[in-house]
Every structure is written in structure tokens, then in C-alpha cells.
Write a protein that binds this ligand. Structure first.
Ligand code: NAD
Ligand code: ZN
Length: 366
């Protein structure tokens, strides 16, 4: 497959960001992308390094001096201590303002590397090279980056756009099965918020495997790219990408990150969809359609609802989208269409309704 390119043009008049797709792209990355780089550092985690860093570094060595910085895999390492370690190594290696970094890995590596690139020497150029389904369809696109803290997920971060996003589809072939659900959660979300045909395509599969989902990756990227293009700084429309995430993030943080992002978002959409239905916003038939897909997926991937609703609520109140103690959510109206009132894509939700949705999910009540 020859590489294909999709461009995102940002509202703020800065340079465009290209998303380049290809099978075996790592072997044929366009070295022009790195022109002017004094050195290139690949930042990756200990799992991905073993699989793909050799290939990428070989290719990059044709463009500039290369370095490899390895972090430990896992959400637990997406924190300030790792930022400290990585930036210390970058300094020790002599990286300067014209050096560029590449985030080779999943969302953990991508979020952390983007944040590091945004603060190193007040900002250097960086590239996303996503290797998980979640990172390819979601986290590598849009420029949100950051780290977790003791008081919550993604609490420190910035908006910092990569120069380009390089998607090598063949890297998905080595992805462990348990990681599929993380990307799948975001894919279903994309269908619900913006594209009914995509939702139907996902729904039509009986069992979910990487090979079945790969052909849909580009469509999902396109949805996110268009939304980010229209509202880079999440002033309004971009909030729709947070569907399922207010409760999802609260479930994830309150579990100490034992519950993965995708599993949390699947449960989050079940709750937030229920809230939307209770508020008379979500079409009842579409709510049922959403829920039967989520239920099927929860059973294939054994996603259990085991949590204390009151504890989860206390985390949801900390969500970044909340202003003045009111919990704000983006809610669906139909599958493929999000609700807006007076042009605003977020709706205030009372804490009591939020608690009820969690209690119902916990007790298996619809
Ligand atoms: P991850 O980065 O932890 O990767 C999952 C696991 O897969 C890791 O163990 C990793 O080493 C391994 N791995 C990665 N690529 C592989 C491959 N090709 N073959 C084999 N193993 C591979 O998890 P993730 O699900 O990619 O990302 C989750 C993170 O993304 C969370 O921190 C979440 O907050 C963030 N996120 C960010 C955004 C955003 O807009 N910035 C959006 C969604 C999620
Ligand atoms: Zn997400």
C-alpha cells in the first residue's frame, strides 16, 4: 500500500498537520519531514522498543544523528517523574532547539512525548508514530498532551500539535488482544458522535479483531481530524469527543488505573447515554442500539462494572470540563449526532442523576 496523506488545517493559522497512513510506513518515512533537524530522538516504551525502534532508527539515520530514549510501559509511568527522566536524558544527549522528537508507541508515550516536546527549550518539533489502535484512531490526533498526577488523570498538560502523524498500520499486527478494546471504545464513540454508518459498520462485526477493525481506522481518524480542525482548543464543538469520558475518566482514576481507558469509556458511554435518555435528549431507539452493542462488547471483553458509585462521583466532580462545581457533559441526541442547546455542546448534569446512572450500571439495571 502506497502511503496516503490526510491534512488537518488548524483554525489558529499555524502550519498544517499531516496524517500519513501506510502499511510498513516505518521503512519508508519521508526524510524531508525532518529537514533542518540537528538530531532526532525516538521516545518509546520498553515493549515497543523491542519491536519497532530498530526499523525506525535505521530509516531516520539517513536524516540526522539519532538517539533512543526508553520509558517503562504503562499508564503508571505517564507522570512528572518520567518527564524529568526523559528531559534530563535529552539534555545529556545534547538535544537543542532544532532537535526533533518522535513518539513511537501508544497513547502513554504519545501524551508524554508531546508534553516533553512542548516544554523542552520552550518547545521543539515532534512527530506522533502511534502503534496501538487507540493511539492511531484517537490520542495521536489533536495535540492534547500531558501527564497524570496523584490527584487525577491528565491534570497537567498542554495543547501542542505534532508536525505530522505517521500511522504504520502493520504495527497493529503485534498488538496484544487485550489492547483492542481501548481503540474499539473510541471507535464506537466516534460513530455515535458523528457517523452512523461507521457505528453500523462496527455493529455488523460479530467478534472484534484487529484485522476486522483495521479498515475503519482511516474513517475514525477523519472524524477526529475534522472536529479538531473546527475547534482546536475545545471552546465548544471539540467537547463532543469527550462523550463517555466524564464518567470514563472518573472510573479510570478511581480504580488507580487498573481499569483501562477503553473499558472505562465503554462503561462511561453506558452511563452518559442513560443520562441523555433520562433527560429526554437521546432518542430511545438509538439508546437501545448503543446499549446492545456495548453489552455485546462488554461480554466479549469481559468488562465488569465493579466500583463504588460514590467514590466514582467524587472523581467525576474533579473533571476539567466542570466549572464552578457543575458537571458538564456532551450528550448524544441520535447515533451520529450530538446534542447542542443554544449552540453549546455541553449540558449541565446534576450530581444526583450522575450517581443514579452509576448505581444502575453497578447493579445491572437499565
Ligand atoms: P499504552 O500506550 O499504555 O499502550 C498499551 C500497551 O501496548 C503498552 O504496554 C505498550 O507497550 C503496548 N504496545 C504499544 N504498541 C504495541 C504494538 N504495536 N505491539 C505490541 N504492543 C504494543 O496505551 P494506549 O491505549 O495506547 O494509550 C492510553 C493513553 O492514551 C492514556 O494515557 C490516555 O489518557 C491517552 N489518551 C490520550 C488522548 C489524547 O487526545 N491525547 C486520547 C485518548 C487517550
Ligand atoms: Zn479516550
Amino acid at each position: 500500500m502506497a502511503p496516503t496523506t490526510l491534512e488537518i488545517a488548524f483554525t489558529r493559522g499555524r502550519e498544517k498537520c499531516s496524517i500519513i497512513f501506510g502499511d510498513k510506513l516505518l521503512d519508508q518515512v519521508d526524510l524531508e519531514l525532518f529537514s533542518g533537524a540537528t538530531s532526532l530522538a525516538v521516545i518509546s516504551d520498553d515493549n515497543v522498543v523491542k519491536l519497532y525502534s530498530g526499523k525506525l532508527l535505521d530509516r531516520l539515520s539517513g536524516a540526522a544523528k539519532t538517539h533512543l530514549i526508553t520509558i517503562r510501559h504503562g499508564e503508571r509511568n505517564k507522570n512528572l517523574a518520567t518527564v524529568g527522566m526523559v528531559t534530563r536524558k535529552m539534555s545529556a544527549l545534547g538535544l537543542d532547539r532544532k532537535s526533533m522528537v518522535l513518539a513511537l508507541g501508544g497513547g502513554v508515550v504519545g501524551d508524554l512525548t508531546g508534553f516533553v516536546a512542548s516544554i523542552f527549550k520552550r518547545g521543539i518539533k515532534y512527530f506522533q508514530v502511534p502503534t496501538t489502535l487507540l493511539a492511531q484512531v484517537d490520542s495521536s490526533i489533536g495535540g492534547k498532551c500531558g501527564v497524570d498526577t496523584a490527584w487525577g488523570k491528565n491534570q497537567l498538560g498542554s495543547f501542542y500539535q505534532p508536525a505530522a502523524i505517521l500511522i504504520d498500520m502493520s504495527t497493529l499486527d503485534s498488538l496484544p488482544e487485550r489492547e483492542i478494546i481501548n481503540g474499539l471504545g473510541e471507535m464506537i464513540k466516534s460513530g455515535i458522535i458523528a457517523n452512523r454508518t461507521l457505528f453500523k459498520a462496527i455493529e455488523s462485526a460479530e467478534q472484534y479483531s484487529i484485522q476486522k477493525l483495521k479498515p475503519l481506522v482511516k474513517d475514525v481518524c477523519m472524524i477526529k481530524a475534522k472536529i479538531v480542525e473546527a475547534d482546536e482548543r475545545e471552546a465548544n464543538l471539540r467537547n463532543v469527543l469527550n462523550y463517555g469520558h466524564t464518567i470514563g475518566h472518573a472510573l479510570e482514576s478511581s480504580s488507580g488505573y487498573r481499569l483501562s481507558h477503553g473499558r472505562s469509556v465503554i462503561l462511561g458511554m453506558a452511563c452518559e447515554g442513560w443520562i441523555a435518555r433520562e433527560l429526554g435528549i437521546f432518542d430511545r431507539a438509538d439508546y437501545d442500539l448503543q446499549n446492545s452493542l456495548l453489552t455485546r462488547i462488554r461480554s466479549q471483553f469481559r468488562v465488569e462494572a465493579r466500583f463504588d458509585p460514590k467514590v466514582v462521583l467524587s472523581f467525576a466532580v474533579l473533571d476539567k470540563k466542570n466549572i464552578g462545581g457543575v458537571v458538564n457533559m456532551s450528550l448524544p441526541q441520535k447515533i451520529g449526532h450530538m446534542h447542542s442547546a443554544g449552540d453549546k455542546y455541553t449540558t449541565p448534569v446534576s450530581k444526583s442523576l450522575l450517581l443514579k446512572s452509576l448505581q444502575n450500571l453497578r447493579n445491572g439495571v437499565d
